[in-house]
Design a protein around this ligand. Structure first.
Ligand code: ASP
Length: 605
């Protein structure tokens, strides 16, 4: 039954025909999207990535072609030659752009038959996701996926064009390299020619892009795949794409302007206008006002309401008077039922002994004065939900290594607990507060992060960003004496509560880089064996430099209004890091393992 293209050439896309094409002879090629057989007339919707056109096969007009059309089934690939005709007024389909016309067929070629697929691209109820991923080629034929992949292309192209117009070069960096410093687990590639040695897939091109600055390519970017072997969540993939850039001699503001420029272009390509410059916020303020380093500005900030209670109230409520009392307000939620309040309790993740008062009515009943003040101070309307997050009497030990920070660890615990609750409530009551409108984009730069975080388990300081991030000049002398107080020249760009990317001004002096390694507890030998080549490169005339990397998948996911990264990555992996279509990963043959000098031992569980 196979037929061949022969001398046919597609003249039109299926979604492009309009009333103005009436009378034209055209050749369409595409898939059979739907077939309705009315006997003397057979209607076939032919689909390609641009849309569908209705084709009519009339027995009266051409019985041989009509007969052939009876053989057509869903997803057959066909070529049709015919004449574009205006539809009768009563058969116009307003739901599709080609709805005013149809193609009356004179010739039909079946280019390929198709097995009946496990689901159809036009199905309105979606197959389960495993099925979609196994038959990804069918899934990708669906309108929504075609839209997402096209969007991804347009966004990437707009970013490339913008950066090129600003003098950036796109430069490739190796995938087979050595362990890079982002702090996740590496994917390893065994070397056959050097048995027992391994390449690592890059977690990011961090060191290469810094080397490119040393090499004189003072504006670099790359839309690049990165690989991190982490436990997966809905918004993580083992391989993902970053918009990675680096420039020489920048102040942070230059990096921010560049990012704002390419995001403006990217969002425009998706039909959205965004406002620049983005607001900026210190890490400490983000924590105090939102309890998180990636605040969602669509919801109101916290209000500190300790002073709304009298000392006696605080004591009676067993609230720690030395710690913040945080009012979290979610507008328009209305009064909660008993059951809703009960559901809310397990949503609270308490850090450092933080407690929640989820029943504001009770506070209003017993501490009327305080409650009125809280409503006033937080600007709460009558329908707004207020929960209080407070420290318990026992929280707040003061011998923590970060005790001298502006936000002490005990305060941080309260703010962080409140911040998580705010986000959870915002999601749960999205329908009620109505503040998560599509196309409403609240960008933010968060800056001045602490340079180090204290690892409670290992009892040592670790780099909060990566170890190539420069400290603030005026904090240099505290690197060893008071690491808690060192601020980093690091910044994150945040959109609606999602971290889109992070970056920093880098260390460009070898002596400082050594100091940082030392402050992180790395011995000279360790530093040398991991990053020796880089330390050496720093000694050959390194310009000051800085950069950033943003997740392309996330940006497209937000623009597509998708729920998961898998909706915007053509061939994604499952939460178990599997590709269900090609069935990877798989065992390999003994011969392959022998070649690589690798023996597989069963993992003890
Ligand atoms: N390499 C960093 C990352 O992937 C980004 C940067 O600092 O430019 O997070």
């Amino acid at each position: 039954m196979l037929d061949f293209l022969g001398d046919l050439r597609r003249t039109h896309m299926c979604g492009a025909l309009r009333a103005s094409d009436a009378g034209k002879k055209v050749i369409l090629m595409g898939w059979v999207n739907r077939r309705r057989d009315l006997g003397a007339l057979i209607f076939v919707d032919v689909r390609d990535r641009s849309g569908v056109t209705q084709v009519v096969f009339s027995g009266e007009r051409n019985s041989a072609v009509h007969e052939k059309a009876e053989l057509l089934r869903n997803e057959f690939v066909i070529a049709v030659i015919g004449t574009v005709k205006l539809r009768d007024a009563d058969t116009i389909n307003k739901n599709i752009p080609t709805g005013e016309v149809e193609l009356v067929a004179d010739e039909l070629r079946i280019l390929n038959e198709a097995k009946h697929p496990p689901f159809l691209p036009g199905d309105t109820s979606l197959a389960n996701e495993e099925m979609r991923l196994k038959y990804r080629y069918i899934d990708l034929r669906r309108d929504a996926m075609q839209f997402n992949i096209e969007l991804r292309h347009k966004v990437a192209l707009a970013i490339r064009d913008y950066l090129a117009s600003q003098g950036f070069f796109e430069i490739e960096t190796p995938f087979m390299t050595r362990s890079t410093p982002e702090g996740a687990r590496d994917y390893l590639v065994p070397s056959r020619v050097q048995p027992g040695t391994f390449y690592a897939l890059p977690q990011s091109p961090q060191l290469f892009k810094q080397i490119l600055m040393i090499s004189g390519f003072d504006k670099y970017f790359q839309i690049v795949r990165c690989f991190r072997d982490e436990d997966l969540r809905a918004d993580r993939q083992p391989e993902f794409t970053q918009i990675d850039l680096e420039m020489s001699y920048p102040q942070p503001e230059r990096v921010w302007e560049t990012v704002e420029g390419f995001l403006t272009a990217a969002f425009k390509a998706a039909g959205h206008e965004i406002k620049t410059p983005f607001p900026r916020m210190d890490f400490d303020d983000a924590i105090r006002q939102y309890g998180i380093d990636k605040p969602d500005l669509r919801l109101p900030a916290f209000t500190e309401v300790r002073d709304c209670f009298s000392p006696a109230d605080l004591e009676q409520l067993a609230i720690n008077k030395d710690l913040p009392v945080v009012a979290v307000r979610i507008p328009g939620v209305g009064e909660l039922s008993r059951k809703e309040r009960d559901d809310l309790k397990p949503m609270f993740i308490s850090k450092g002994g933080a407690r929640i008062f989820e029943d504001f009515k009770r506070i209003e009943n017993k501490f009327a004065d305080g409650a009125v003040k809280i409503r006033q101070k937080s600007g709460a309307g009558p329908d707004d939900l207020i929960v209080l997050v407070v420290g318990s009497a026992q929280s707040g030990k003061d011998d923590h290594p970060a005790q001298k920070r502006k936000v002490t660890p005990a305060e941080l615990a309260i703010y962080a607990s409140a911040g998580l609750m705010r986000v959870a409530l915002g999601q749960k009551y999205a329908a009620k507060h109505g503040l998560f409108k599509r196309g409403d984009f609240h960008f933010l730069w968060v800056t001045n992060f602490p340079m180090f975080e204290y690892d409670e388990g290992d009892k040592r300081w670790v780099a909060a960003h990566h170890p190539f991030t420069s400290p603030h000049d005026e904090d240099m002398d505290k690197l060893e004496s008071d690491p808690a107080m060192v601020r980093a020249l690091a910044y994150d760009v945040v959109l609606n509560g999602t971290e889109l990317g992070s970056g920093s001004i880098r260390i460009h002096r070898q002596d400082i880089q050594r100091k940082i390694f030392h402050a992180l507890g790395m011995t000279e030998e360790e530093a040398k064996s991991r990053f020796g080549f880089f330390l050496e490169a720093l000694e050959y005339g390194t310009p000051p430099h800085g950069g950033i990397a943003l997740g392309l998948d996330r940006i497209v996911m937000i623009l597509a209004g998708a729920e998961s990264l898998r909706e915007v990555i053509p061939f994604p992996k499952t939460a178990a890091a599997k590709d269900l279509m090609v069935d990877a990963p798989t065992p390999v043959t003994d011969a392959q393992l022998r070649d690589l000098g690798i023996g597989v031992v069963k993992k003890q569980t």
